[in-house]
Design a protein around this ligand. Structure first.
Ligand code: PEP
Length: 246
């Protein structure tokens, strides 16, 4: 039985006052829930969220980490530093990082390895663009992202994978539950071939315009174990409803 997992990716949103109001409202609305829940604010707010989450079972994650352990890399934040700040999770290979920061699969692989060495659980993001889907290349693209990022890891224990079709991120377009399930089943096959022991048990999250209204339908699919949520995670009521649905 895979434990449901819901991760909030705040992206570059928030302020001290906004974060406090959002987290307090979210915690007060969050009733009994089965899902493990993770909030990933911008780096500079990790300390603030650590304090706000102290007496809850919601845990802390980051949106990225460096591919290097330490050194003269201005602006970078290492996986070990994130762990030091109380993070348990880190998002790696988000499509916005791949697109705006030219992150390659090799770089993503190095970040994953740093995250594992620091004892963080990484969530690896993969997904195809609209053009790639229309050209019938969606599975090929996702497989090559998975093999490029995971191929050299000794094992996949503790990892989660988020399938995020690029055309569904922040656009209001959501993959249909069937489209998402098909890709999740495909991903499960690829990771099970890579690691027979841990692959079948990996948690596979769907991401791309998940809302309170479509979450339950997505979570009802056999290979969808939760969600990575962008926009809706900035709304306490919507995010609490998504976590409860998982
Ligand atoms: C994301 O950024 O990971 C994401 C899924 O965003 P949204 O939910 O806004 O589509």
């Amino acid at each position: 039985m895979r434990h449901p997992l819901v991760i909030a990716n705040w992206k570059m949103h928030g302020s001290g006052a906004f974060n406090q109001a959002l987290v307090e409202a979210f915690l007060s609305l969050l009733g009994k829930h089965r899902a493990e829940c993770v909030l990933c604010p911008p780096f500079v707010y990790l300390g603030q969220l650590k304090d706000l989450l102290r007496s809850s079972d919601v845990v802390l994650g980051a949106q990225d980490c460096s591919h290097i352990a330490q050194g003269a890399y201005t602006g970078e934040v290492s996986a070990q530093m994130l762990s030091d700040c109380g993070c348990q999770w880190v998002i790696v290979g988000h499509s916005e990082r791949r697109q705006y920061h030219q992150e390659s699969d090799a770089l993503v692989a190095a970040k994953l390895s740093m995250a594992q060495r620091a004892g963080l659980s990484p969530v690896l993001c993969v997904g195809e663009t609209q053009e790639q889907r229309e050209a019938g290349e969606a599975q090929g693209v996702v497989k090559s992202q998975l093999l490029g990022a995971l191929g050299d890891l000794p094992d996949l224990q503790g990892l989660a994978i988020a399938y995020e079709p690029v055309w569904a991120i922040g656009t209001g377009l959501t993959a249909s539950p069937e489209q998402a399930q098909d890709m999740h089943a495909f991903i499960r096959g690829v990771v099970s071939d890579l690691d027979e022991k841990n692959g079948p048990a990996l948690r596979l999250l769907y991401g791309g315009s998940v809302k309170a209204e479509n979450a339950a339908e997505l979570f009802a699919q056999a290979d969808i174990d939760g969600a990575l949520v962008g926009g809706a995670s900035l709304d306490a009521q919507a995010f609490a409803a998504i976590v409860s649905a998982a």
